[in-house]
Design a binder for this molecule. Structure first.
Ligand SMILES: [Ca+2]
Ligand SMILES: [Ca+2]
Length: 384
């Protein structure tokens, strides 16, 4: 299946250049939109495609006003899938936007299946896709995608930092690599267990950046146990590895234990960190000294060097699919944002206030301002 998708993408790439449409904000480097509506970024290509019903036709037009945009529409049976791609000049460096809508023109209810094609190297979490540790794709928010989950892994959106921590004593090597939730993203892991199972979960921390307490304060939450607030400097000191223990239970009996480390509201540094995770049987957990030294790690049911080579994403790589039921005449919208040239990140839709309406208005406003400016300063070249 993936092989077929790669071949199709290659065919697009070979034929796309003649028809690519440029989108940009005034004075910024453009991105390209392929003939299927795909956003072609320096880090890879993302595309929304209606894959069911099959056998549709696609048409595309270029728009110059109120902002440069590519309009792509596919029709299959009674269903229409429309996309508008443009650059929104949002803080700090802009983002490329696809506003899409699936509409049922038929008299009966129908179902659209929309595929979000992403680069093979993209790690896709719950709200954001990462390329090389950088948020690069904001996923459609409020729409559930069908996802396979691995036995355990990180739910995504966080940045692994190799060798970030500098423990000042001999300890388990897992303390050195970390994951950081840049911009306040919670660090979340899930572990498969028997439904309702009890475990002892141990989280390892070692703070190396801050020197004084009250800088990085986090809330560690493990399913079935009371949350624990932790300020690693106050509790253990700088460069000192420490552990927190939790009596965990799969309290919602879904066969998964959820572990989350989030910034506390009082924290001036909003980026949570996590160094290591151990899972032991409920009564089999060794003492803290054995865990800190690394002696206990081989006997753990699960031992995670968070941010290390053997760490893994909860979700396997690959394209996402959204199944959208539509009543007669109904329209459902999908919004994705992609990291554009020169940008270092893309807003996380879980924390972002941007909507399709406000993004489109921001894009149109920046071009209208450019028109006004060129009208009162005739020596400046007019925007295309
Ligand atoms: Ca659970
Ligand atoms: Ca680690």
């Amino acid at each position: 299946m993936r092989r077929r998708a790669i071949i199709l993408c290659a065919a697009w790439a070979a034929t796309a250049s003649a028809a690519d449409i440029e989108i940009r904000s005034p004075g910024f480097a453009p991105s390209k939109v392929g003939p299927d509506g795909a956003l072609i970024e320096s880090w890879g290509t993302v595309a929304l495609r209606m894959v069911a019903p099959e056998g549709g036709t696609t048409q595309q037009t270029k728009q110059d006003e109120p902002m440069p945009a590519a309009m792509t529409a596919s029709r299959a049976g009674s269903l229409e899938f429309r996309q508008v791609a443009y650059r929104a000049p949002i803080w700090p460096e802009g983002a490329d936007v696809i506003e899409a809508a699936a509409q049922n023109h038929g008299a009966k209810p129908a179902e659209a299946v929309i595929e979000l094609a992403v680069p093979a190297k993209m790690s896709v979490g719950e709200t954001v896709g990462m390329i090389e540790g950088r948020p690069s794709l904001a996923l459609p928010f409020g729409l559930r995608h069908a996802r396979e989950e691995r036995e355990w892994g990180c739910a995504g959106g966080v940045t692994p930092l190799r060798g970030w921590a500098k423990p000042d004593r001999a300890c388990d090597p897992a303390f050195k690599n970390i994951a950081a939730g840049m911009g306040g993203v919670p660090i979340r892991y899930r572990f498969a267990t028997a439904p309702g199972a009890a475990k002892t979960v141990v989280l390892g921390f070692c703070e190396t950046h801050h020197q004084a307490p009250n800088a990085r304060i986090m809330i560690a939450t493990v399913e079935g146990a009371p949350p624990q607030k932790v300020d690693p400097i106050a509790r253990w000191g700088r460069h000192v590895p420490g552990v927190l223990r939790f009596a965990a239970t799969d309290s919602d009996r879904d066969g998964r234990l959820t572990v989350t480390v989030a910034p506390d509201a009082s924290s001036s540094d909003h980026n949570p960190i996590l160094n290591a995770i151990w899972l032991f049987g409920p009564t089999a957990a060794p003492d803290d000294a054995a865990i800190l030294s690394g002696d206990a790690s081989p006997s753990a049911e699960r031992y995670v060097d968070v941010g290390g080579d053997a760490d893994q994403a909860l979700y396997p790589p690959g394209n996402l699919r959204y199944t959208i039921p539509l009543l007669s005449g109904e329209t459902r919208q999908i919004l994705i944002l992609a990291r554009c040239p020169g940008a270092h990140t893309v807003p996380d839709p879980a924390n972002s206030v941007w909507t399709a309406t406000s993004l489109r208005k921001a894009a149109a406003d920046v071009w209208r301002d450019r028109w006004v400016e060129s009208a009162i300063t005739p020596t400046k070249p007019k925007p295309r």
